[in-house]
Design a protein around this ligand. Structure first.
Ligand SMILES: Nc1ncnc2c1ncn2[C@@H]1O[C@H](COP(=O)(O)OP(=O)(O)OP(=O)(O)O)[C@@H](O)[C@H]1O
Length: 287
């Protein structure tokens, strides 16, 4: 068992650390009396590169436990790169690297002892375009994480039903579990992909523009689902859509050209941001 796994079961009791003195923006600045939940993920001086290109700069940020944190900002500002650093998917890109620390439940995920494959089960990811495994049935898609990792499941039928119910897909697919995942609509496919992530019992769910390929009705259903997920998981949601950030998230991080400009409660970011750059962005002056 890696150190990441052993500490995973510590639950949501990680202590909130005090702010660090850094040159970059320090997000640990929630006002007294405005206590944020403890941090599930503590990011300190995170820098990410594609070869020599410095994509994100010295990001320090505490992501609160059991909340939805939105990451917003104009195209190319580093939202996806930041997200992919939270489960070490960034390093899978040839020539990509990261520096700094990302602590989840008190364990630095960049520690040599951490197995990135196990980490990615604990920190699941949902992508822009629904990506069910094309050769697998709906049932097999839900169980794919177990199969690919060689993990046996005691009650696969029960697990499939539980996960499909969690994403409100069970009633729509219970009579066709052996059909291909690709036989579903785009919105259903995205909920199937979320069920696949839930099946391996993550702590954290990273969502990279999960609704950008969906119609408004399917988007609304995924947004409702995100709201339910935060009861049990910490969610980080990258979105271009400011209405979606305002509707779905509790906290918002605004990125601009690789910098974290501001992080605060979503309501504050949208109604009373501290930085003029944030205000210009959320009021649509640029983007
Ligand atoms: N594989 C890559 N190789 C080289 N540079 C990359 C690569 N992926 C992203 N970048 C660059 O890193 C920067 C951050 O990209 P990233 O995709 O994180 O931004 P983003 O805010 O998520 O953008 P978008 O909203 O358009 O998806 C951009 O300048 C982008 O061109």
């Amino acid at each position: 068992m890696s150190s990441f796994d052993s500490l995973h079961h510590k639950g949501r009791s990680g202590e909130r650390r005090s702010g660090l003195d850094t040159d970059g923006i320090d997000s640990r600045s929630i006002e007294p009396g405005d206590e944020a939940p403890p941090a599930k993920i503590s990011v300190t001086r995170l820098n990410a590169y594609f070869h020599k290109f410095h994509a994100i700069h010295d990001i320090t940020l505490d992501i609160p436990d059991g909340q939805v944190t939105a990451v917003i900002g104009p195209s190319g500002c580093g939202k996806s790169t930041f997200l992919r650093c939270l489960n070490r998917m960034h390093e899978q890109v040839p020539g990509a690297s990261a520096k700094g620390s990302v602590m989840i439940d008190g364990v630095n995920i960049y520690d040599k002892a951490v197995d990135p494959v196990r980490l990615r089960r604990r920190v699941g990811m949902v992508f822009q375009k629904p990506n069910p495994f094309p050769t697998m049935s709906i049932r097999e898609n839900v169980l794919a994480g177990h199969k690919l990792n060689g993990i046996s499941v005691k009650d696969p039928t029960g697990l499939v039903e539980k996960c499909l119910r969690q994403v409100a897909l069970w009633d729509e697919v219970k009579d066709k579990l052996d059909q291909s995942g690709l036989s579903l609509s785009g919105g259903q496919q995205q909920r199937l992909c979320i069920a696949r992530v839930l099946a391996v019992e993550p702590d954290v769910i990273l969502l990279d523009e999960p609704c950008s390929a969906l119609d408004p009705i399917a988007t609304a259903r995924v947004e409702e689902l995100i709201d339910e997920l935060k009861e049990r998981y910490t969610c980080v949601l990258v979105t271009h859509n400011m209405q979606q950030a305002a509707r779905c998230s509790d906290y918002t991080a605004f990125f601009y050209m690789g910098d974290l400009v501001e992080f605060d409660r979503t309501q504050t970011i949208f109604t009373n941001p501290k930085e003029s750059k944030t205000e210009d962005y959320v009021t649509g002056k640029f983007g």
